[in-house]
Unconditional design. Structure first.
Lengths: 302, 265
């Protein structure tokens, strides 16, 4: 039980990073990124490849994974100059799928590493120094520290004048442009920040799970992140975390449910997506601001 | 500065497919005055605003401001040179408060660069404090100081117009383009808006405004330019210009009765 709890908290931490990063892009800047999982995927692959095949030390590889994912975010902003928001959303979904298919069809080493086989035996940080139990405990602490740090960073961004400009382009560009804001650069930076955080989450997941393969990064995963954000409260970072906790609890509950209800495991795992889907519909209809709505910043006259 | 060096629009042409929205439009805006841009619906007023402020690129012709070319600059660059505008309908972010909207206005905020929020933290704090102080002053001028923490989505149409104007003032502009500053605003608030514009004119701000309400145009403008079907039909002081036969005909031909209606509203 305690092992499962540690696992669950670690997964919540890693996915919490993903919802925070989507919150910067969508919750603040209004970018409807339907390919968010691409950062997770690219970060995971980048770190695994750098560590395993290029001998990079893990911390450096994680930083590189963040930089590469940030770059992916910047590349994704290029069509925003010419595409309307809704069309861009579709292009982001396609972009993530294209990258996934490229990885799925690219052998990395030999015949059995890369492509659809994925990357096995990814080294775990301090994996050979700690016991199995010790490693999972260590990784949980590491995850929570990085999550707290990221939380502080995104909160800082939100309160800064830059965060204000992000919110200004969330609904419409025109006023920001008329006030001299370089909207394209503002957007690009939001995608880079979100990309970097998502890349960190991906690198962490790869080295935690010790195995990644392209089918881990289906569009469904992006929609799960969206579910977390919409349920928790877009624009509020605490909300993003709350949403992550609720969705992960729901998602993992089937593990226990099968002990109580005599139902096929496959049916159950499909049923949980149905439950999450219904939940999202209800939230959008009756609680459009989520469980923890965005805070209103109040100003006092001096 | 010589008058001819403020805002000059020279031979601007803009077509959309087969439709000629602006056909060889030239006009000059002089400093220290309120210029009105009038004309029937579809005569090209907003298109001209868009061309001046960089939201549209003209097919031909030139826009110069204080001796520098604005044509071809992106909208944010035009704004950075001191030419700002409001929009016909409020496009302000609804889910931001009045104060947050105001604080978007100031130019050169170091805190808009991410690294600078850390490296130049103190400068950022100083700027924020100064900007907040100025925002409170302008908010009292536009009578929104009691609404500073209200979401823009909760304001009335007239209040949104006042906010747009106040927000543009935060940018410390040299020329303000107002697109229908009193359209759809209740009469009491119209008076407030006009008082603000009067006051700003005497403070040395320069305006070019599009407006359909002729009573307002007569009251506030020193000079009007009449557009019809993409060309400048007439220009001069409002009282004299609005009496001209060709101006009356242009209005009657395209929107019979509309001017009277709007005047009485």
């Amino acid at each position: 039980m305690i092992e499962f709890l540690i696992y669950l908290l670690t997964i919540i931490g890693i996915w919490g990073l993903l919802s925070l990063s989507l919150n910067v892009q969508f919750g603040l800047a209004g970018l409807i990124n339907l390919g968010h999982i691409v950062f997770f995927m690219v970060g995971g692959y980048a770190s695994a490849i750098l560590v395993m095949f290029h001998g990079w030390p893990m911390p450096l590889a994680w930083i590189a994974a963040m930089a590469i994912s940030a770059l992916v975010g910047v590349i994704m902003t290029i069509p925003t100059a010419t595409l309307r928001q809704d069309y861009w959303a579709i292009s982001s979904l396609a972009f993530a799928e294209i990258i996934r298919f490229v990885l799925k069809n690219t052998p990395i080493q030999g015949d059995y590493i890369g492509a659809s086989f994925g990357i096995p035996d990814i080294p775990q940080p301090l994996g050979d120094m700690l016991s199995t139990h010790g490693f999972y405990l260590f990784f949980l602490v590491l995850t929570l520290v990085l999550l707290a740090l990221t939380y502080a960073v995104v909160e800082w961004i939100t309160r800064s004048p830059y965060g204000r400009v992000l919110k200004a382009i969330r609904e419409d560009d025109h006023v920001a442009l008329a006030l001299g804001k370089n909207v394209r650069s503002v957007r690009m930076r939001a995608m880079a920040i979100g990309g970097a955080i998502g890349g960190l989450a991906g690198a962490m997941f790869a080295h935690y799970n010790a195995f990644i393969q392209p089918n881990y990064f289906l569009p469904l995963e992006t929609f799960l992140i969206w579910a977390m954000l919409l349920l928790g409260g877009k624009g509020n970072h605490l909300g993003a975390i709350v949403g992550t906790v609720v969705i992960e609890l729901l998602y993992n509950s089937t593990r226990f449910l099968k002990d109580f209800i005599d139902i096929d495991q496959g049916v159950l795992s499909s049923a949980r997506m149905v439950v999450i889907g219904i939940l999202i519909i209800l939230v959008v209809l009756y609680m459009p601001n989520g469980l923890v709505p965005e805070k209103r910043r109040r100003y006092a006259r001096e | 500065m010589p008058e001819s060096e403020f805002l000059n629009v020279t031979s601007v042409r803009k077509t959309f497919g087969g439709i000629t929205a602006l056909d060889d439009v030239s006009l000059t805006v002089e400093p220290g005055r309120v210029h009105g841009l009038i004309g029937p619906n579809g005569s090209g007023k907003t298109t001209l605003f868009n061309v001046i402020t960089g939201f549209l690129r003209p097919d031909r012709g030139q826009v110069r401001f204080r001796g520098q070319t604005l044509t071809g600059l992106r909208p944010e660059k035009v704004a950075q040179r001191g030419v700002v505008r409001t929009f016909q309908s409020s496009l302000n972010p609804q889910q931001m408060t009045v104060m947050e909207n105001m604080l978007l206005g100031p130019q050169g905020q170091v805190g808009e660069g991410l690294v600078n929020t850390v490296l130049r933290y103190r400068r950022m704090r100083e700027q924020e404090r100064a900007n907040e102080k100025r925002a409170w002053e302008i908010l009292s001028l536009v009578k929104l100081d009691h609404q500073a923490d209200t979401y823009v989505g909760e304001l009335s149409g007239g209040q949104k117009k006042l906010l747009s104007l106040g927000q543009m003032l935060m940018a410390d502009p040299q020329l303000i383009l107002l697109d229908e500053p009193v359209a759809g605003v209740n009469p009491k608030l119209i008076e407030d808006i006009l008082t603000v514009i009067d006051r700003l004119r005497s403070d040395g701000y320069n305006f070019l405004l599009v407006e359909h309400n002729m009573r307002v145009v007569r009251r506030i403008c020193d000079h009007v330019h009449v557009l019809d079907a993409g060309t400048v039909l007439a220009d001069g002081p409002p009282h004299e210009t609005l009496q001209r036969q060709e101006v009356l005909e242009a209005y009657l031909a395209t929107q019979a009765g509309a001017t009277d209606e709007e005047e009485s509203s």
